[in-house]
Design a binder for this molecule. Structure first.
Ligand SMILES: C[S@@+](CC[C@H](N)C(=O)[O-])C[C@H]1O[C@@H](n2cnc3c(N)ncnc32)[C@H](O)[C@@H]1O
Length: 281
């Protein structure tokens, strides 16, 4: 599939998902930031990953670019924490969410939406302290991802940092196995016709999500690359029903799995935090 086709598929999928989005929940969360972050960063893999190592404190007053901002929850949280946020998404409906948020909440710095194809932006070089993406890079085909990483390196200050939270597939066996386990909105590969129908509309290209891939891809544009596995034990939370028990398990799992040796954590992890520093430019 060509990049444009993949892009069109993503735009179509996410325009629909975020159309008529109600910002009520986001407003509730940013009006109760401490409570929201205390829960999200201890129970949800993406928030746990992105906000580790004092991210919350580090972004105050700093310039942050979020790629693939989607429903804009994270863009809003970062802005409410006092960051100057630029948010980009290929879906125009994300721009409408940003507009509504800026109207409804007095951010110190209103969120700026960078609309459309980010690679055609004319943002000034070396201006951002952070570039972040939450479940974003894996939506790009590899040549497009390479262009995004190059752009990330161009836009970051010399001492800036990029953080991407992405799924991880480091074991071929686990990867094959997971397609046979049905999850919400995704049929099992055992049901060939349903699976093929689902795949036709799925906005993820067939590509590598491995930690080694992200390590190699980052080394082209950054001197420092760090990949932190997240979700090795947390992945079993899917066997719990919604509720306190599930949350307690997630809390325990996310804390405990950081103590596992890398030889276990790397192949078995479900997702990863990718940190790139020292852009080569
Ligand atoms: C899985 S969603 C993640 C959204 C959000 N970051 C979150 O954590 O919920 C992926 C997002 O990437 C966006 N996206 C996909 N391809 C893109 C591209 N080429 N440029 C900008 N955004 C893109 C999609 O529109 C979608 O909002």
């Amino acid at each position: 599939m060509s990049s444009n086709l993949n892009q069109d598929k993503n735009k179509l999928h996410y325009e629909k998902l975020y159309a008529n989005y109600n910002i009520k929940n986001i407003l509730h969360w940013i009006n109760n930031l401490d409570q929201f972050l205390a829960s999200a960063t201890t129970t949800e893999t993406s928030w746990f990953a992105l906000y580790q190592r004092n991210f919350r404190e580090k972004i105050k007053g700093k310039k942050v670019l979020e790629m693939g901002c989607g429903d804009c929850v994270n863009a809003a949280v970062m802005a409410a924490l006092g960051a100057e946020v630029y948010a980009n998404d290929i879906a125009d409906s994300s721009g409408k969410i940003v507009e509504a948020l800026n109207e409804a909440y007095k951010f110190e710095f209103p969120i700026r939406f960078v609309s459309g194809d980010f690679l055609e932006n004319d943002l000034e070089s070396k201006q951002f302290d952070f570039v972040v993406g939450k479940a974003f890079l894996h939506h790009l085909e590899l040549p497009v991802e390479e262009q995004f990483l190059k752009e990330t390196a161009r836009l970051l200050k010399e001492d800036g940092e990029a953080r991407f939270f992405e799924p991880a597939v480091n074991s071929k066996l686990l990867d094959e196995f997971r397609w046979y386990v049905p999850v919400k909105n995704r049929p099992s590969k055992f049901h060939k016709t349903d699976f093929a129908e689902w795949k036709k509309n799925d906005p993820h290209p067939d590509r590598s999500f491995s930690s080694s891939h992200f390590e190699k891809a980052g080394r082209k544009f950054f001197t420092e690359v760090e990949i932190i596995p997240v979700g090795t034990l947390e992945r079993f939370s899917r066997f719990f029903k919604w509720g306190a028990q599930k949350n307690n398990f997630k809390k325990w799992a996310l804390k405990t799995e950081t103590k596992l040796p890398r030889i276990i954590n790397k192949p078995l992890t479900r997702s990863q935090l990718i940190i790139y520093k020292k852009p080569i430019f």
